[in-house]
Design a protein around this ligand. Structure first.
Ligand SMILES: [Zn+2]
Ligand SMILES: [Zn+2]
Length: 139
């Protein structure tokens, strides 16, 4: 049995439950994640979409990424916390921000992605594999 993973926003209006192991976990340094987090990168964890249940009514905001994919971020309408997002380039997957986990310490990044967009004041773990854009996804 997979342990249930839970998280949500600061004010408690939006919560989620996930009943699957992560597909992947990594730091995304793209411009959209810089905007969304107010920082250098998004600590992102990907799960199968059908394993995630959202409790509450988050807002969404969509942009068309450089790749042409429509990228949607999901956030709390009350406190503004970023919950995560999804992309038309990754059908069937949901990303969550590790910061929104009830226990963020379970986050174990395995890569840095979109490092081409990283800021000069960004500091990365030299031991993690680096990808200039999006790496090939596991099927
Ligand atoms: Zn909130
Ligand atoms: Zn990103």
């Amino acid at each position: 049995m997979t342990k249930k993973i839970t998280g949500g926003c600061r004010c408690g209006a939006v919560k989620y439950e996930i009943t699957a192991e992560p597909i992947l976990a990594g730091n995304c340094h793209c411009r959209d994640c810089q905007h969304a987090t107010g920082s250098t990168h998004l600590p992102a964890i990907a799960f199968p979409a059908d394993a995630m249940t959202i409790i509450g009514e988050p807002n969404t905001y969509s942009i068309t990424a450089d790749s042409g994919n429509k990228s949607t971020r999901v956030f709390c309408p009350t406190c503004g916390d970023l919950i995560g997002g999804y992309s038309t380039g990754m059908e069937g997957m949901r990303m969550i921000s590790a910061s929104s986990l009830d226990d963020p310490s379970i986050y174990k990044p395995t890569m840095d992605i979109f490092t081409d967009a990283a800021q000069p004041w960004d500091v990365m773990d030299p031991d993690l594999p680096k990808f200039p854009g999006m790496p090939d996804m596991p099927e």
